[in-house]
Design a protein around this ligand. Structure first.
Ligand SMILES: [Ca+2]
Ligand SMILES: [Ca+2]
Ligand SMILES: [Ca+2]
Length: 331
């Protein structure tokens, strides 16, 4: 995925020649307000899945050229981006700062789509999928919360998983699974991670070993990680040095499982109980995998008593995001 894996990114980077019209964008012409439009979940998703076109379709063109006089404004300079993936020395800025989640380094600071308008620590350009069914706590509004942080997040539970299904996302978070997955579907997951995707897994929605361990383990096998053992209870207060655990001292863990390696040494322990590791993380190809042994961290009803959980999500999403997406400016 090289960050190029997302459907938005792939679509916007496909052309070899791209000309943008800038300087004519009113606030409504820009994706940024939509990306940070608190409460406009549908708008947010819609605005970022349309490849390089903005909400009103005026800014970008993915084919041939855009005549600056054809958009009705005619008051902006035209920049030839050349290769749409351009950044660094060959990059021509189209704006003074990063403007749109379009797979283009607008300001040529070396980082594509590095936008976090609200300063909440979660990149506004991330496209996230919650994969599977939500947990049992009706109070959970986790998908909405992720969208409120500026991301484009949706829940999916596809009948068949293939490369095209996964390519639309930068980060996929496995939630409660409702079935076993075929080897070809598991392979699609591992290929997606190897290409740059960020995969996180949760479990513990039920004690049933088939749905809580066997099914997710089928997807995690390629990464040599697995849920195992009896139900465990936290909270997790032991966070060995790792970016995901940075600043954390206590995070809920209520009826979850140990996270084990099927090949010793392939991962780092992110969190552990007295019984052993319950969170592990590893790199895999160009992507990353983070496996957490419980699901209560998605229940925002818990966050009022454990505000560190939101920091866990900030840390996890920053670690999981594609390496060339949303990074802060160098230096
Ligand atoms: Ca940039
Ligand atoms: Ca951009
Ligand atoms: Ca944000």
């Amino acid at each position: 995925m090289t960050h190029g894996g997302g459907s938005r990114a792939m679509a916007s980077r496909a052309p070899v020649a791209l000309i943008l019209v800038v300087g004519c964008a009113s606030p409504s012409d820009d994706d940024t307000p939509a990306m940070t439009g608190i409460g406009s979940v549908g708008d947010t998703q819609g605005s970022t899945t349309g490849a390089s076109t903005t909400s009103d379709g005026t800014v970008a063109s993915t084919a041939d050229t855009t005549d600056p006089s054809s958009d009705g404004s005619g008051d902006g300079p035209v920049f030839d981006l050349g290769d749409a993936t351009a950044t660094g020395v060959d990059c021509t800025p189209v704006s003074a700062d990063e403007q749109t989640c379009d797979g283009i380094d607008d300001d040529c600071n070396g980082f594509v789509d590095d936008i976090d308008a609200a300063g909440d620590g979660i990149c506004d350009c991330l496209e996230i999928a919650l994969f599977g069914q939500p947990g049992s706590l009706a109070s959970s509004q986790f998908v909405m919360w992720l969208n409120l942080q500026g991301t484009s997040t949706e829940r999916i539970d596809p009948a068949v998983v293939d490369a095209q299904t996964l390519a639309a996302y930068d980060v996929i978070i496995i939630d409660q699974l409702s079935r076993a997955y075929a080897p070809a579907e598991a392979a699609a997951f591992s290929d997606w991670v190897e290409g740059g995707g960020g995969l996180m897994a949760m479990t513990g929605h039920t004690a049933d070993p088939t749905s809580a361990q066997t099914w997710p383990n089928g997807l995690l096998a390629a990464f040599e990680l697995a849920y195992a053992g009896p139900l465990l209870n936290g909270p997790v207060t032991d966070f060995p040095p790792h970016p995901i655990g940075a600043g954390l001292t206590s995070v809920t863990f209520a009826g979850g499982f140990a996270v084990t390696e099927t090949n010793a040494g392939v991962s780092d322990v992110v969190g552990q109980l007295s019984e052993g590791p319950v969170a592990r993380a590893r790199s895999f190809g160009d992507g990353k995998v983070f496996v957490w042994g419980d699901e209560w961290i998605e229940y925002d009803s818990e966050w009022s008593s454990m505000p560190e959980i939101t920091q866990l999500w900030v840390n996890a999403l920053d670690w999981l995001r594609p390496a060339d997406l949303c990074a802060p400016p160098p230096g």
